[in-house]
Design a protein around this ligand. Structure first.
Ligand SMILES: [Zn+2]
Length: 465
């Protein structure tokens, strides 16, 4: 009490404001009492901290006593004994593919794609499939503390509608390629859809529309240039798979006489609106290009390991100043959307490959899932850390489970011990989406039932030939 009076007096004296006019500010929600892991530039951690939220944004962050003096809120969430941190950012996925989770595993990439994924997509993916897949994916992501995800799929306007209903933030790329897709059968139809999609969603407070040419080997040079023109015209991100496996590198080298990165740079596709997924095989020269052009990279360690695509040179990219975030890739090649596993895997994979346990320490792994991920998707002014003025996207993580006991170091615990199921509450854009493990925006039971129905349908469709 004494402290707060002293603070008010100080503000009154030095702020030159008459004492009586110092009104306590209104907040819509205060989360208090937890250990606030801000992930800001100073890596500030506040014990017994608090975050005040008004509308869609963070308006105060600091010690609990300080925030309680400055703000009054009808709604308070007690986070004592828990961690309050920025929501996790999944920088690469194909969210409706959760309905293909575990459809085929332990196969070579061409066989996996040609025998299972492409036929299953051709026979099953329509707008309803995409809606139910998005609902299931959002449910899984919210329950695991992911607040923003970057998507590449079809019927992306339906993905956007379902994402908004779930309350999540999305950078959603309508996928275009030179072949007929489940939503658009010709290139011109796909581009027209992408343009209308961009115009419809531009400016939405949750959705950043994007265009997503599938890869340099599935989209011609001329068509790639068209996607870049569309991205520039609408001021939206461009998402693309790049240098995912050595076969792609070989194909592009033979066809265009350059590495995938050098080729895309040459045709003008790489700039500070590009989000490049995978980036397993860049050369040193490519890494310089990525850094100088401010291309964001989505590193998907579990997907790359499962499909034996290779190991992305993440430590080298980070040293060169490339912004690298983490992604799960689609659930058909992962097989879940847990960013906690992705952090843990990223840290361990690069230690193993480099034979150096100091590489990608725990804090760096969390950075890739939060603030660096935000930079990689060019949204760091809005999300990625807990700071006044940023969007109120944050999670409350329980720290009392047996696998988290006892605790010595918070970053270590978050990366090496914490699991998606330890996330208790999730707030996106100031709205509470999950409270004490109960998701408030989605019908969990119905979604599980419909997902199982789709499993039966997909099985039948593949057996039918
Ligand atoms: Zn992908």
């Amino acid at each position: 009490m004494k402290k707060s009076i002293a603070l008010l007096l100080l503000v009154a004296i030095f702020g030159g404001i008459p004492h009586k006019t110092i009104a306590v500010e209104r907040a819509d929600l205060i989360i208090q009492g937890g250990t606030v892991v801000t992930m800001n530039a100073a890596s500030r951690i506040i014990e017994n901290g608090a975050v005040a939220i008004r509308g869609e944004r963070i308006v105060g962050i600091g010690a609990k006593a300080e925030i309680n003096t400055r703000f009054k809120s009808a709604r308070i969430i007690n986070a004592a004994g828990k961690v309050v941190m920025p929501g996790l950012i999944n920088t690469h996925t194909h969210v409706p593919m959760v309905l293909f989770r575990g459809i085929a595993d332990d196969l070579l990439l061409p066989e996996w794609l040609q025998k299972y994924i492409f036929p299953a997509e051709a026979k099953n993916v329509d707008e309803q499939f995409v809606r139910w897949g998005t609902r299931l994916g959002c449910l899984e992501m919210i329950r695991g503390g992911t607040t923003t995800y970057v998507d590449m799929y079809y019927f992306e306007s339906a993905v956007a509608e379902e994402t908004v209903k779930a309350g999540m933030r999305g950078v959603l790329g309508e996928t275009v390629l030179d072949f007929p897709a489940p939503d658009n059968k010709t290139w011109d139809a796909a581009i027209a859809y992408a343009e209308a999609f961009a115009k419809k969603w531009k400016g939405n407070s949750l959705i950043t529309p994007a265009i997503a040419p599938h890869a340099p080997y599935t989209v011609s040079t001329d068509h790639l240039k068209q996607t870049h023109d569309l991205a520039r015209r609408n001021d939206i991100p461009l998402i693309i798979h790049v240098a995912e496996d050595s076969a792609e590198t070989k194909t592009i080298q033979e066809k265009y006489g350059a590495t995938p990165v050098a080729y895309l740079a040459r045709i003008g596709l790489l700039d500070n609106h590009t989000i490049a997924a995978h980036m397993v095989w860049p050369t040193d020269e490519d890494i310089k290009t990525l850094a100088s052009r401010e291309v964001g990279v989505a590193h998907c360690p579990q997907s790359n390991m499962k499909l034996a695509a290779g190991t992305s040179p993440v430590p080298r990219m980070l040293r060169a100043g490339v912004e690298v975030g983490l992604g799960t890739d689609g659930a058909a090649s992962n097989n879940d959307l847990s960013m906690w596993e992705e952090m843990d895997t990223a840290a361990k994979l690069h230690k193993l490959i480099s034979k150096d346990p100091t590489v990608i320490n725990a804090r760096e792994a969390i950075e890739m899932a939060t603030i660096k991920g935000a930079r990689a998707i060019h949204l760091d002014k809005e999300i990625g850390s807990l700071e006044v003025g940023k969007r109120a996207d944050l999670i409350i993580v329980g720290m009392n489970s047996e696998h988290q006991t006892p605790m010595y170091n918070i970053y270590s615990h978050l990366v090496y011990a914490t699991k998606a199921s330890d996330v208790e509450s999730v707030i996106v854009n100031g709205r509470v989406l999950m409270l004490n493990r109960r998701v408030l925006t989605l019908d969990e039971l119905l979604i599980r039932k419909r997902a199982n129905d789709y499993r039966d349908q997909v099985r039948k469709s593949l057996a039918a030939k």
